[in-house]
Design a protein around this ligand. Structure first.
Ligand code: ADP
Ligand code: ZN
Length: 432
């Protein structure tokens, strides 16, 4: 562990620390244009008005729209001279949001990233190839500095250019990679095209994140490359990667509670939910100077795992993110998350590394088509064999998700690949 004392802190001590740090966040928030207005509206006049952690419920949520409204500096709590960097979200769901950082903010973020990497068993002897996009997107620089601080040899490869990635891996004997799971799957096909069997690359671990993925995607990656893959969760509003990370136990992601206060709410009624109840994750920064955020609605759906992890770290764990509340598709009145379909597809060894869910309107009904790449080698070549697998997938989707999907099989490499976060849904209804 990077810091045993803090990583194995007792719950009661942690809560004391969180209260002190939350008061600090409030004192910073009082310096921002946005929260000043908001606090005066609810009659909060000083951080001392908050006596205990549960008083946090007196403060309204902060939403992505609030952040957009506060663009560019409405959430800035320090003098501009203190700001050393800014980052922005990818803009998956609209205008990107901006977060400013002081030197100390960056140091704290780096510490969380180093801690996360150590939790997966990575050491300074590893060579770390970072295949995430560098720049405003936080995926690149966050783990980059975390890995450097750990003493790893860092290859700042950035995203894309798969041939070069493979070359770097071979020449410098990369042991740990950081990428989106969809990119790594795409890479597996490219490696095979070069005539190399993926395990020959000698990779040991992959840090995979930035987009929702199922347990079956993890298994597929682990199986193809013969590696251990660890789920990495974060978002630019909470620094970036290093918010929650899997440890070697691979049983949920430790959400670093000394740096973030977490709540799970029912996204409709907004009431707080207990452990093991699925809802929307709400986070409050506890250490950030430049951009304090209070009760930020992440829109990500998960639940808190009750009980302690076998690794000894006491920060509670969250389950794999099911998707964003706004990822939910409504197909002829039935609610569906793309992750449910993915979990079914990836169970089948015949299914390849990329898929796309397409929805369109046909005579006032929603029609859903699941297009998936396949490994032709695994089929006998008989049409009946293809049809059999299609039917199995169709029936499994029908029974688990209650929708009647048409299944289409495509050649490996024929569906569009994205350099950053994978685009898994093409909803043509919106364009009509
Ligand atoms: P944007 O919100 O514009 O995509 P970010 O780059 O900050 O911008 O992305 C953060 C979001 O990415 C998270 O809120 C979450 O929806 C998704 N995400 C990040 N890591 C994971 C992960 N390990 N599993 C599932 N979703 C993830
Ligand atoms: Zn653990």
């Amino acid at each position: 562990m990077l810091n045993r004392e803090i990583e194995t802190i007792e719950r009661s001590e942690l809560e004391k620390l969180q209260l002190t740090r939350f008061r600090f966040t409030l004192s910073q928030a009082f310096k921002t244009e946005f929260y000043k207005k908001r606090f005066s509206r609810i009659g909060l006049s000083s951080p001392e008005d908050i006596q205990q952690l549960s008083d946090i419920k007196k403060i309204p949520f902060t939403t992505k729209d609030d952040l957009r409204e506060g663009y560019p500096e409405g959430f800035l709590a320090v003098h501009k001279d203190e700001v050393v960097r800014l980052h922005a979200s990818s803009g998956t769901t609209g205008m990107p949001t901006v977060v400013h950082h002081t030197k100390r903010d960056l140091d704290n973020w780096t510490r969380l990233c180093t801690r996360s990497l150590i939790a997966t068993g990575a050491t300074k002897s590893d060579t770390f190839q970072n295949m995430m996009t560098y720049g405003l997107f936080t995926g690149g620089l966050g783990l980059h500095y975390g890995a450097e601080a750990l003493g790893m040899l860092v290859i700042p490869a950035g995203a894309g250019n798969t041939k070069r990635q493979i070359q770097l891996m071979r020449d410098f004997k990369t042991t740990v990679v950081h990428a989106t799971p969809s990119y790594l799957l795409h890479m597996a096909d490219e490696v095979a095209k070069e005539g190399i069997t993926p395990p020959k690359l000698g990779l040991k671990k992959a840090m995979i994140g930035a987009e929702p993925h199922s347990e079956n995607i993890r298994k597929k990656l682990e199986d193809i490359f013969k590696i251990d893959a660890y789920n990495s969760y974060g978002m630019s509003e909470m620094n970036g990667p290093g918010v929650a990370f899997e440890c070697i136990a691979k049983d949920g992601m430790h959400l670093w509670e000394d740096a973030y206060y977490m709540e799970i709410i029912n996204p409709e009624s907004c009431e707080n939910l207990g452990e093991d109840c699925e809802g929307e994750l709400v986070l409050t920064t506890l250490e950030r100077e430049a951009t304090p955020l209070i009760r930020y609605r992440t829109r990500d759906l998960t639940s808190v795992i009750a009980g302690l992890c076998s690794c000894g770290r006491t920060s509670r764990r969250i389950r794999r993110i099911k998707g964003r509340s706004d990822d939910m598709l409504i197909i002829n009145g039935v609610n569906l998350f793309p992750s449910q379909i993915e979990a079914i597809l990836m169970k089948h060894p015949e299914v390849g590394t990329n898929y796309l869910i397409q929805i369109e309107k046909k005579s006032s009904l929603d029609k859903i088509t699941v297009k998936t790449e396949i490994y032709p080698k695994l089929f006998s070549g008989e049409i009946t064999d293809l049809d059999r697998v299609k039917k199995v997938i169709h029936d499994e989707i029908k029974s688990a998700c209650l929708v009647n999907a048409s299944i289409e099989f495509h050649e490996p490499g024929s569906l569009p690949v994205s350099q950053g976060k994978a685009v898994r849904v093409s909803d043509l209804r919106k364009e009509e």
